[in-house]
Design a protein around this ligand. Structure first.
Ligand code: NOJ
Ligand code: CA
Length: 707
């Protein structure tokens, strides 16, 4: 339903010829103003409840071919419309999502004489604003090259920000928390990364960028529907608190190759005076993406999985099979993780615990010499190592009701992967597999391209589309950061695209605040394969010489199944570590991976977070609460439960004396009867958390727990 409602041409001064248009959100809390100055410059502002969010900020596009700066406009037409509809995601945090917004569409003509038409479209939601550039089909523009975007976000103050460096190739950084004026990406260089770093400017940061003003406004900048375009970094101009778009370049320094009709991604500004609302507003980014591109989606299944994976990261087995370098004969060294007997152990564990998937990394030839070599053809994705009996494992998994998950590490050679994708996906289907974890460690081939540039953005989408053709689900590691495309490609279920739990195994790790920041940053764009569930916290368990450790308590690892949303959720630790603590593992067995509803109960980025979610098509709820390095008691009121219904709460909490560093594995499990009037006092240790399952009480429960 579209109708003209809110456009009002406020000023049209005869003297200056300036033209100002305004629009507001359906609830009136957010206002945008666009202005075209007398000399044709376009700018916009955003306010929230009357407070400045974006001060007048420029909008323009720089083309190289044809060489035109689209910065000097005359307004040909302004249209407005309103939308209010509700849609159902294939899977997600909510059973249905309301898309309610108002749109202001400016049709502009370049006054510089090129004759080029461009539209700038704003959508104003109650949660924030999205805007993009559109290049309609026209005579004056066919194929063209974008060399830069002049999009600015001029903030109303020197806000504090959670940021990672504006690297073209990796987002696997811990977050910095500074004022905008203190952004210095060079400090990120000290952190371990297994990918490649391409830092171009020490004042540049990545999105999603989470900021807070001194007067308590939470502002999140990101983008939605990143398709056929490079990712946007932001360069901070410290003298004016202005964030300026910087598009990731390609191998020859261009930004994007487009053909009209074309659109840029939406630039998104989410704002609230309540931090909880920011997380709930990730739905705005979904609303700015297109509905599913595929008709049938019933084959797409949210699921939990275990994997021959952590044992390599902790160093007790390896991906590679042979001691010799490639080129010579494969001579086994004897500690190859993906051997038939070991994989069967994981299949047995999965079958015993109702876990659907078993990921196997290091199953295929190539790992002897796979990383950082700029080699075009490392893997063929179809040749198992000699000790990996894929046919026997297919039979064994099937007999146990479990499915193997494929691993395609490309070592950055996207060209090789594209050439081999069809045979690789056919091989998977022939061996009973319908999910793949991809990976892009190292420099990208085509050489000179970047993980976050247009070529790779298109590559990830081609993989998702090709996989959909084979009914294959995708979990991409080291891709560009997500922008809500999971709505359009629901088989592209999860991505890593941030610093995951793996860093705790072999680097200085992720600080205790990390998981309280990610939902405000990386997860705004989509699910993350964080690989939670590490029970054996200290790596000295495997090697007394190691000082690495997970920087959380065990109970916090459980809470992450709720706070770190993903429809593909790994139980990342080793079977033996779970078998040693079956009472705590019970939570991982029980917790859902697909949800009808989500309530953010408490949140402050970098500090704490509590989220409750209702399992899809079930009356059960699950609650996760986490803290940074500070101990705290969080009160969780269960008012989301249906009134008058009694539930059994099983609370997996930090035991007294627990501490992420000194005593991380001390947990306590208690049960009690609760209802919608109950407030739980969740006592969180430093670096700790609590996980709660809430299941309708039976008559026997009521009898047993009332005594
Ligand atoms: C990095 C991925 O994040 C990790 O999960 C994987 O095990 C390694 N690459 C090897 O592919
Ligand atoms: Ca990674």
């Amino acid at each position: 339903m579209k109708y003209v409602v809110f456009l009002c041409a406020l000023l049209s001064s005869v003297i200056s010829q300036a033209q100002t248009l305004t629009g507001r959100s359906p609830d009136g809390s957010i206002r945008i103003t666009t202005d075209i100055s007398a000399n044709g410059e376009l700018s916009y502002t955003v306010t929230y409840k009357g407070r400045a969010v974006i001060l007048p900020s420029a909008l323009y596009i720089q083309l190289k071919e044809p060489a035109v700066a689209l910065a000097n406009f005359s307004l040909e037409k302004a249209d407005s419309s309103a939308t209010d509809n509700t849609w159902k995601p294939v899977w997600g945090e909510y059973a249905s999502i309301r898309d309610q917004h108002r749109e202001l569409r400016l049709s502009l003509l370049d006054r510089g004489g090129s004759g080029i038409h461009i539209n700038v479209v704003f959508r104003v939601f109650n949660e924030g604003v999205g805007f993009r550039y559109e290049f309609p089909q026209q005579k004056a523009l066919n194929h063209f090259v974008v060399s830069g975007e002049g999009t600015q976000f001029r903030m109303a103050g020197d806000h504090t920000a959670f940021w990672i460096p504006g690297d073209y190739d990796t987002n696997e950084y811990p977050y910095n928390h500074t004022r905008l004026s203190a952004v210095n990406a060079a400090i990120g260089k000290t952190f371990t990364s297994i990918s490649t770093k391409t830092l171009f400017d020490s004042n540049a940061v990545q999105t999603p960028l989470m900021m807070k003003s001194d007067d308590g406004l939470y502002i999140n900048l990101h983008e939605a529907a990143l398709v056929n375009y490079p990712a946007m970094n932001l360069v901070v101009d410290k003298s004016s608190n202005t964030l300026q778009a910087h598009l990731v370049p390609d191998a020859v320094g261009n930004r994007a190759y487009l053909q009209a009709p074309a659109t840029t991604p939406w630039r998104t500004i989410i704002v609230s005076d309540d931090a909880r609302q920011i997380i709930a507003s990730n739905r705005m980014i979904l609303n700015l993406n297109e509905p599913p591109a595929m008709k049938s989606t019933s084959w797409i299944k949210p699921q939990k999985f275990v994997g021959v994976w952590w044992e390599m990261h902790v160093g007790i087995s390896s991906w590679d099979y042979a001691a010799t370098q490639s080129g010579s004969a494969l001579v086994p060294h004897g500690h190859h993780g993906a051997n038939t007997a070991n994989v069967k152990r994981y299949i047995d564990f999965a079958a015993r615990n109702g876990i659907h998937g078993v990921l196997v990394e290091g199953w295929n030839v190539g790992w002897e010499d796979w990383f950082g070599k700029w080699k075009e053809d490392v893997f063929d994705f179809v040749t198992p190592y000699p000790d990996y009996d894929i046919n026997e494992l297919q039979r064994y998994a099937k007999a146990k009701g479990v499915q193997l998950i494929m691993h395609h590490e490309t070592s950055g050679s996207a060209t090789n992967y594209e050439r081999r994708m069809d045979s690789a996906f056919r091989f998977m289907k022939n061996h009973g597999m319908d999910a793949v974890k991809t990976g892009y460690v190292g420099y990208i081939i085509p050489r000179g391209e970047h993980h976050d540039g247009q070529w790779m953005v298109n590559h990830y989408r081609r993989v998702a589309e090709k996989a959909a053709g084979y009914h294959i689900m995708v979990d991409a590691h080291e891709p560009v950061r997500p922008t809500g495309l999971q709505r359009t490609f629901p088989n592209w279920m999860a991505s890593e695209a941030a610093r995951g739990n793996e860093f705790n195994a072999w680097s200085e790790g992720n600080p205790p605040a990390h998981e309280t920041i990610l939902p405000f940053t990386r997860l705004m764009g989509g699910p993350m394969d964080y690989t939670p569930g590490i029970f054996e916290i200290k790596m000295s368990h495997y090697d007394p010489a190691k000082t690495n450790q997970v920087h959380t308590t065990l109970a916090k690892q459980l809470a992450l199944y709720v706070t770190m949303y993903s429809p593909l959720q790994m139980a990342a630790d080793l079977p033996q570590n779970y078998d040693a603590r079956p009472d705590a593992f019970r939570f991982i067995r029980d917790v859902a991976v697909d949800w009808d509803d989500t309530k953010v109960l408490a949140a402050e980025p970098g500090e704490f977070l509590a989220i409750a979610r209702k399992a899809k098509a079930s009356p059960s709820w699950f609650l996760g609460a986490i803290t940074n390095e500070d101990a705290r008691t969080m009160q969780a009121t269960l008012s989301f439960l249906p009134r008058g219904k009694r539930y059994v709460a099983t609370i997996y909490a930090d035991a007294p004396g627990a501490h992420w560093q000194t005593n991380p594995m001390a947990y306590l499990i208690t049960k009690k009867l609760v209802d919608s009037n109950t407030t739980l006092d969740l006592v969180l240790a430093p670096g700790g958390g609590a996980a709660v399952s809430l299941v309708p009480a039976t008559v026997a429960d009521i009898r047993n727990l009332t005594h």
